[in-house]
Design a protein around this ligand. Sequence first.
Ligand code: ADP
Ligand code: MG
Length: 385
Amino acid sequence: MSEIDDASGGFAERYGSRAEGVWSAPGRVNLIGEHTDYNDGFVLPFAIDRRTAVALGDRDDRVIRVASTIESDAAEVALDALTPDAVDGWAAYPLGVAWAPGEFGAGLSGVGGVDLAIASTVPIGAGLSSSAAIVCAVALALDEHWRLGFDRPTLAKVGRLAENRAAGAPTGIMDQMAALSGEAEHAVFLDCRRLEADLVPLGFEAAGLSLLVIDTRVAHEHAANGYAERRASCEAGARTLGVESLREVRVDDLPRAQALLDDESFRRVRHVVTENRRVLDTVRALREHGPSAIGPFLDASHASLRDDFEVSVPELDLAVATAQANGAIGARMTGGGFGGAAIALMIDPLVPVVAREVAAAFAEQGYREPTVFTVRPSEGARRDL
Ligand code: ADP
Ligand code: MG
């Protein structure tokens, strides 16, 4: 059963009628460009072959109901009572998406209520952005059902606003843009300042390569604080350097930055500045030489996140080091850090070897058994039924 079938089946079971349509959006893996999105920089995520689907049905009043296969609590709210603070918990994601279009000029006074049923194959909280998958699936569904006529970059902003204001999660725009603009076998090269998305061919399949995700299943309590602190350091660094965002700082400017900043702030800045460079280098390498050439950038990204930005954890470091030691082309933590997943690029036959060695290394350290699976670069949000 796919998430699409589960959403439409779940809809029929819960609401006792057939859904009018099913829309879905994928999770994403960020190939490279970590903690650069909120610095107006560059990122290179791709949409994966795990999706969140939403089945939608019309109502003749102005109530929205929402249910999910992974949550026992359903939620219900009148459209006229919908504010970003109207609901708590998981339902803040989909219901925030029903509220947010009004902030982008949509007139919602004439629209009807809806029933929504959600199902997903995106792992939750593994750094694969199940949150963007759910908000983007709902955003696309409501956009079409309510005939809002928003383009995809605007839908991405709607999704981000729902995450930021309704769910209280301070994300940048990368996840939503990846979920909305991905294509099979392509990455989304995103300039987070211009919000321009360029598709870059990945060619993993043609080159006989697989991308392995190693979910450490570590979720640190201080992830939210850590993220907020890193954002604050970046903003403070930009202020000291007299620029609007760290996007404007070049690798050549780093000696000047070092002279002006304390050691920790400098290392935070150096990560962002060199990471932006690595994204550009990766895009060029993909275009000129193909995916086998990007390993050194992935490895360097991990070292920078570990040593300069200090958002890795021992489990991520071990996953990366074990993949590298067993022949991966490149490996790095992905997502915000403080737990979550690592990715490793390798030739297809190495997948079982690296999976086994990582599991063994984790067992030896007494770490929780990681979840390991491959992902394929896939299509972004779409209507399925
Ligand atoms: P991730 O890295 O997966 O995006 P987040 O903490 O940002 O982790 O988002 C996960 C949260 O999003 C869940 O705790 C839940 O509130 C919500 N969510 C994501 N997918 C679903 C789903 N299929 N059904 C219900 N809630 C979901
Ligand atoms: Mg998220």
